[in-house]
Write a protein that binds this ligand. Structure first.
Ligand code: F0G
Length: 367
C-alpha cells in the first residue's frame, strides 16, 4: 500500500534537496481538494477547496516547515526561531521536535488563538509573548537570526517558499491542469508568492538539481486572487499599515515580508489583491462550515469571502475552474463557531435525561 511520504520526498526532483539530505517530515501535504458544491452552484464555475487544515499541525505552514527544518538541520543549527500569528509557531514547534532542535517563538501578546498557543507549548517551544504586533515580532526574529546562533524559519527563509510551492503542484496533479483562478488569503504574503512560483515552475520545462530537465506538467497558469482583511490590507493601501487590526488574527499583518513576491504574483498572473471586512470573513466562515461541511479558522475564510464578494459584484466568471486554498483548521480558533450571525453567543440547549423530552426538543414524533 502506498503512503504519502511528505512533500519533500513526493516532489524531491523539484526541491533543493539531494539523496543524502536528512529529511525532517511529519507527512505533510497530500491534502484533499474538495469540490465545493454550493460555491459551484452559486458561481456556475467548478469551485474546489484545497483543505490545508488537514496537514499535521492543521495548517499549510507544514509544507514550508519541512523544508525549513530540513535546511536548519543541514546547516548544523541547534535552535530555530520564528515570529508568528500562531500557525507558523505551531508548525515550527512540532517540526523542531521532530528534528531534535530547540525552538523559540515570538507571538503578539493576546492576539493569537488558544489552539495555536497550546500547540507551541505542547511541542515544547519557548514561547515569548511580545508587547507588539506580528510585524514587531518578525523584526526581532530577523535580528536574532542575523546576530545570534539561531536559525530563522519564517518565510523570509527561501526554503519555506520552496516547500509551500508544492501546494500548486498538488492542485495541478489533482485537476490535470492549472485552474483558471486560484484564490487565497494574504497575510505576510509568503503563500501567494509560493503558489505562484509553483504554478510557473509546473507550466514550463524545469531544470532539476538532481533529475535533468523535467517536462512541463500544466499548459497554463491561473490568475492569482489574494484577499486581505480590510483592517490589515497593506497591498490594497499600497503601503505598510502601522496598526493592523482584524478578528482574523492569522492575517493581522501590516508590513508583509514577501511584498515583491505578492505584487509579482498579482501582476504577472493578471490577478488581483483586494480586501474583505471582518463581517464578510465571518460570513464566509459560516458558509464553509454550514454549506460545504468544511471547518476552517476565520483567516482561512478570507479567500472564500473574497470570492463571494466578487460574485456579488458580478466579477466571477462562470464555466471556469476555481481553486481556493483554505489555509488552517477550524479547531485552531473554534470560538467563532459559537457566535450567531447577530454576534450573540450560541447557547446549547439543556435537556433532562429522558428520551421523550429529547424527541420533543428535536421535533420528532414517534413512528
Ligand atoms: N491563513 C492562515 C491560517 C495563516 O496562518 C496565515 C499566515 C495566512 C493565511 C497568510 O499566509 O502569511 O503566507 O500570506 N500566518 C502566519 C503565521 C503569518 O505566523 O502563522 P501568508
Amino acid at each position: 500500500a502506498h503512503q504519502w511520504r511528505g512533500v519533500i520526498r513526493e516532489y524531491a526532483d523539484r526541491l533543493p534537496v539531494t539523496e543524502s539530505t536528512r529529511v525532517i517530515t511529519l507527512g505533510e501535504g497530500g491534502t484533499p481538494l474538495v469540490h465545493a458544491q454550493k460555491l459551484s452552484e452559486l458561481t456556475g464555475s467548478e469551485v474546489y477547496l484545497k483543505v490545508e487544515g488537514m496537514n499535521p499541525t492543521g495548517s499549510f505552514k507544514d509544507r514550508g516547515m519541512t523544508m525549513a527544518m530540513t535546511a536548519a538541520v543541514a546547516s548544523g543549527a541547534k535552535a530555530v526561531v520564528c515570529a508568528s500569528t500562531g500557525n507558523t509557531s505551531a508548525s515550527a514547534a512540532a517540526y523542531a521536535t521532530a528534528a531534535g532542535l530547540k525552538c523559540a517563538v515570538l507571538v503578539p501578546e493576546g492576539k493569537i488563538s488558544m489552539g495555536k498557543l497550546s500547540q507551541a507549548i505542547a511541542h515544547g517551544a519557548t514561547l515569548l509573548q511580545v508587547d507588539g504586533n506580528f510585524d514587531n515580532c518578525l523584526d526581532i526574529a530577523r535580528k536574532l537570526g542575523e546576530s545570534y546562533p539561531v536559525f530563522l524559519v519564517n518565510s523570509v527563509n527561501p526554503a519555506r517558499i520552496q516547500g509551500q510551492k508544492t501546494g500548486a503542484f498538488e492542485v495541478v496533479d489533482a485537476l490535470g491542469d492549472a485552474p483558471d483562478i486560484h484564490v487565497l488569503p494574504v497575510g505576510n504574503a509568503g503563500n501567494i508568492t509560493a503558489y505562484w512560483k509553483g504554478y510557473k515552475e509546473y507550466s514550463a520545462p524545469f531544470e532539476s538539481d538532481t533529475a535533468g530537465t523535467l517536462p512541463a506538467v500544466s499548459t497554463r497558469t491561473p490568475a492569482m486572487w489574494g484577499f486581505q482583511a480590510a483592517g490589515a490590507a497593506p497591498f490594497v493601501a499600497g503601503h505598510p499599515i502601522t496598526e493592523p487590526d482584524t478578528i482574523a488574527t492569522a492575517i493581522r499583518i501590516g508590513n508583509p515580508a514577501s511584498w515583491d513576491g505578492a505584487v509579482g504574483a498579482r501582476d504577472e498572473s493578471g490577478g488581483l489583491i483586494d480586501a474583505v471586512t471582518d463581517e464578510e470573513i465571518l460570513s464566509a466562515h459560516r458558509w464553509l462550515s454550514s454549506k460545504e461541511g468544511v471547518f476552517v479558522e476565520p483567516g482561512s475564510a478570507a479567500g472564500v469571502a473574497g470570492l463571494l464578494k466578487k460574485h456579488a459584484a458580478g466579477e466571477v466568471p462562470s464555466g471556469k475552474t476555481i481553486v481556493i486554498t483554505v489555509t488552517g483548521h477550524g479547531l485552531k480558533d473554534p470560538q467563532w463557531a459559537l457566535r450567531t450571525e447577530d454576534g450573540s453567543d450560541v447557547k446549547p440547549v439543556k435537556v433532562p435525561n429522558d428520551v421523550v423530552t429529547v424527541a420533543a426538543e428535536l421535533g420528532l414524533e414517534e413512528k
